[in-house]
Design a protein around this ligand. Structure first.
Ligand code: TUI
Length: 317
């Protein structure tokens, strides 16, 4: 399986998660400059905003970067075209099947890495010409699939021969090592980058991520077919209450509209949806993107993790 750092032309095999409103040019440029793959999240934003963010990243760095195309966006058609017009180096897709755009992006010379929540979609994406896959387990924040990282990653790794990047629950050197044990050749890290100094998310959002306990992580909206992992909040409680009432799907969609933006841009405690992965409960400090990446790939830590595992398993290398 090909090395993901060579494929993406990055120094460390880490992709920054495409978190709607959080992953803007500021964060993406910082991560790319630190040697990872910085990613702009298109989310539900209009195409003009996306174009502007691409230009901002290019003003700050010549390093490669990615664009996360959220396939449920009302602007997805225009955003998909911007990928081509702007010759975005790496496209990552989320929240759906990108089949109809694959040829257009490949013809434009982009490296394409769909997020897959299942083996079936992984196999289909490989056949359609995907360059790599992001196998994202349900520990992740935001919109999630059914499977955990522990089951999804090895299942996808066994099914395809293109590189597989693991996502969901990865936040330090130990979890990076675990992802590699499962057969991944790289990691996607989202929640920990919310706590990057260069991340412009509201302080209240960062504070909530740092304060979160394990049981503060909830999944809402299962009945809509688009379950979303968020931190406990008044809105999350209200969404959970409505979930099994009449017309729940419609009502939930309406209640959730704009709530992520409210949380990220305004730190709205009551109306905001604070999306974050389960690992928020293990995060407690704000650091530069560079320091985060260095901790994830700390040589000494990785060596000691591997040595400990071998010694506990009574394996001599
Ligand atoms: O997309 C994400 N995470 C997101 S998107 C988002 S914005 C949003 N807000 C409310 C409702 C929905 C979205 C917030 N967080 N992660 C990648 C991801 N992709 N997770 C799950 C999937 C996925 C699901 C189904 C990918 C493909 C898929 O295919 C279904 C099919 O049609 O085969």
């Amino acid at each position: 399986m090909r090395n993901i750092s060579d494929l993406l032309k990055i120094d460390y095999p880490v992709i920054q998660g495409g978190m709607a409103w959080v992953s803007n040019a500021n964060l993406a440029a910082a991560v790319s400059m630190a040697g990872g793959l910085g990613v702009i999240a298109a989310g539900n934003a209009p195409a003009e905003w996306v174009k502007e963010q691409i230009h901002l990243v290019r003003e700050r760095t010549d390093k490669p970067f990615g664009l996360n195309v959220m396939l449920l966006s009302p602007y997805v058609e225009e955003v998909a075209k911007i990928v081509v017009d702007e010759k975005v180096p790496v496209v990552i897709t989320g929240a759906g099947n990108p089949a109809e755009y694959m040829k257009m992006w490949k013809d434009a010379g982009c490296i394409v890495g769909p997020v897959v929540p299942s083996r079936a979609l992984a196999v289909m994406m490989e056949r359609m010409g995907a360059d790599f896959l992001v196998a994202e387990g349900g520990e992740s924040g935001g919109h999630i699939g059914e499977l955990t990282t522990m089951v999804l990653v090895p299942n996808v790794v066994r099914a395809v021969s293109i590189p597989v990047v693991a996502a969901g629950g990865i936040f330090d050197a130990d979890t990076v090592a675990a992802a590699f044990c499962l057969g991944a050749v790289g990691v996607q890290v989202g929640t920990r980058f919310i706590l990057a100094e260069e991340c412009t998310a509201h302080d209240e959002y960062k504070r909530r991520v740092m304060k979160a306990k394990d049981i503060d992580s909830k999944v809402t909206g299962r009945v809509t077919g688009h379950p979303v992992r968020v931190l406990r909040s008044p809105l999350a409680r209200e969404l959970a209450r409505v979930e099994y009432e009449e017309n729940a799907a419609e009502r939930l969609e309406k209640m959730g509209e704009g709530s992520l933006q409210k949380a990220v841009l305004h730190g709205d405690k009551d109306g905001g949806s604070f999306m974050a992965g389960q690992c928020a409960c293990m995060l407690d400090k704000v650091q530069t993107a560079k320091d985060i990446i260095h901790e994830l790939f700390d040589d000494e830590r990785l060596k000691s993790v591997c040595q400990n595992v071998c010694s506990r398993l009574k394996v001599t290398l």
